[in-house]
Design a binder for this molecule. Structure first.
Ligand SMILES: [Zn+2]
Length: 348
């Protein structure tokens, strides 16, 4: 009797857990059927709100030749960084995609702590970075096939990054300038294999227009959905190159918005508007901190990329200028809410 009761209880419990699981799944899918995977789990794309698709929190540029220095003083990092994330939230932004790849100091525990204390949705990534003379590539990246690399990254999607259980929400890769070499081609192919399996978007740090051209041809040859491809640092190319790729359906990420180059960015954005291509545009600052060694101490140093304070220039400078030259609120919503949803949604 006791056994039967215990059994019944277990069955009820199991059913409840299962119902919860299904309900959470439906909820996370949202009414358009899409979700994003944040460091705290899946949320419906309707909850993303205003979004920055290319920023950093903490990076470490020491490279794979040297032992990577983890910035373990989480309290110190939170003390330095949290005020800027809270301020970003007060500016109306709700979601930030953190683009620091593996082997460049990606620290997902810190991202989770900062997401929970700021209330900002933060999304981390999987994939490798083959730009900057392969300084950040692990040894196995040379021996693995594209499929083997995709398998490694898939295990992060399925089981979380290292011991953390925190799952990536997009694929972040890096290639240099000019025609893609064989390692770069392999990494891009691996990203396409993974994106097809998981529906994650693939954001590729790209040195110049020629390196994008190479990715476009690889994508066509592999029957890859161009709507899943984000051209990171598209500002390193010409208007014609950007327009050509945007017309093909690739996302154009102008992600170095800064105080010293506002005019250049206004011009690049206007050129896309003239061709009715704002629907392919993503804007961000590429702000963040790097870990620096000072004698025996590790310190956090703000990127010196033209922004005296991180994550603010778009809200406090660029948007006003865009309104002045005739952009509408609907166009702002397109760029900061609708486009990030379409670019980053996982639908499966
Ligand atoms: Zn970046």
């Amino acid at each position: 009797m006791l056994n039967t009761d215990a059994m019944k209880f277990k069955i009820v419990l199991l059913a409840l857990v299962l119902m919860n699981f299904i309900a959470a799944g439906i909820f996370a899918q949202g009414k358009d059927g899409g979700y994003i995977m944040t460091v705290n789990g899946a949320i419906a794309i309707e909850e993303m709100g205003k979004t920055l698709t290319h920023e950093h929190i903490v990076t470490n540029f020491v490279g794979t030749d040297h032992p990577n220095q983890p910035f373990e003083d989480q309290e110190k990092a939170i003390e330095v960084i949290l005020p800027y994330l809270l301020y970003l939230k007060s500016l109306g932004f709700n979601t930030l995609f953190e683009c620091t790849p593996s082997y460049i100091g990606k620290n997902v525990d810190l991202l989770k702590a900062l997401s929970q204390s700021s209330g900002l949705n933060i999304v981390t990534n999987t994939g490798y970075y083959a730009a900057v003379d392969k300084k950040y590539l692990p040894e196995h990246a040379y021996k693995d096939t594209a499929e083997e690399l995709a398998e490694r990254w898939l295990s992060e999607w399925e089981g979380g990054i290292s011991h953390t259980g925190i799952r990536p929400g997009f694929i972040k890769l890096g290639v240099g300038s000019g025609a893609l070499d064989s390692t770069e081609q392999k990494i891009v192919k691996a990203g396409m294999v993974l994106s097809k399996k998981t529906a994650m978007a693939m954001a590729v740090h790209t040195g110049d227009g020629a390196a994008m051209e190479g990715q476009y041809h690889l994508a066509k040859a592999n029957n890859f959905d161009l709507n899943k491809l984000i051209w990171v640092h598209a500002q390193n190319a010409t208007d014609d190159e950007r327009i050509r790729m945007a017309e093909k359906g690739i996302w154009i990420s102008l992600d170095g918005i800064n105080e010293t180059k506002l005019e250049e960015y206004l011009s690049m954005i206007s050129k896309l508007k003239e061709r009715s291509l704002l629907k392919r545009l993503l804007l961000s600052h590429d702000d963040g901190w790097s870990v620096e060694q000072n004698n025996d101490n590790l310190n956090l140093k703000l990127f010196g990329n033209g922004n005296s304070k991180p994550y603010r220039t778009i809200s406090e400078k660029l948007v006003q200028r865009l309104f002045k030259i005739g952009f509408t609120q609907d166009q702002m919503d397109l760029i900061f809410v609708e486009n990030p949803k379409k670019a980053m949604a996982i639908q499966n």
